[in-house]
Design a protein around this ligand. Structure first.
Ligand SMILES: [Zn+2]
Length: 211
């Protein structure tokens, strides 16, 4: 894992959208923001609510540099309504709760009450990436993860099409399935016939729905 100053441009792995970093903590820069005002209960609640779905779990496991008692893998991506995107390692909540880390104010104040942002250029871009059959499979996989942020029929339609793309489903079917499960949870996609889907997509749906 890399250690980065908060709000650095994200260039750790390729990603189809520009992002900034938060919470990539380590000994090199210490616990950033420790002198800032503590997070309010409402801010912490919003951060927890926004930290549900991990992307890029191929990053590999990493120990907390400060206590060595906690391991994390993957990252959360926060889509703020002002169109900024922040990427944080899975361990961000551990850093906040155990080590006094305070994320920058833009993130603390910017996380929305409601989870789903309105359809915008970011959604358009992820939609195009997911359906681009000649595109980078890693990008397409990340697009399948993040499109579930939008509770929108266009996102659902793209995921359904991706689920029938055999080549993509071989490598990203579980993530496509987890995203489809989010739509099933919302009461959409009731007509989805899961038995017709790639085995990896079914696995992702089952895993996300705890079946
Ligand atoms: Zn720790």
């Amino acid at each position: 894992m890399e250690y980065l100053v908060d709000r650095s441009p994200y260039d750790y792995l390729g990603f189809p959208l520009p992002m900034r970093t938060v919470g990539w903590l380590g000994r090199r820069h210490g616990v950033q923001g420790a002198s800032a005002t503590p997070m309010t209960g409402a801010q912490l609640k919003r951060l927890r609510a926004a930290s549900q779905r991990l992307g890029s779990i191929t990053l590999g496991w990493h120990d907390c540099d400060f206590c060595g008692d906690f391991k994390g893998n993957g990252e959360y991506r926060y889509y703020l309504p002002d169109r900024d995107i922040y990427a944080a390692p899975m361990m961000i909540l551990h850093y906040v709760e155990e080590h006094g880390y305070r994320p920058p104010r833009e993130l603390r104040d910017g996380l929305p009450e409601a989870e789903q942002p309105p359809w915008d250029w970011r959604a358009e871009r992820l939609h195009a990436v997911l359906l681009d059959q000649s595109g980078d499979p890693d990008f397409r996989c990340q697009a399948a993860v993040d499109l579930a942020n939008w509770n929108d029929p266009r996102a659902l339609d793209a995921l359904r099409r991706a689920a029938h793309d055999e080549e993509l489903a071989d490598v990203a079917g579980d993530e496509i399935g987890r995203s489809l499960a989010a739509f099933l949870d919302r009461g959409l996609a009731r007509d989805l016939l899961t038995e017709d889907l790639h085995v990896m997509v079914r696995y992702g749906i089952d895993e996300a729905s705890g079946r």
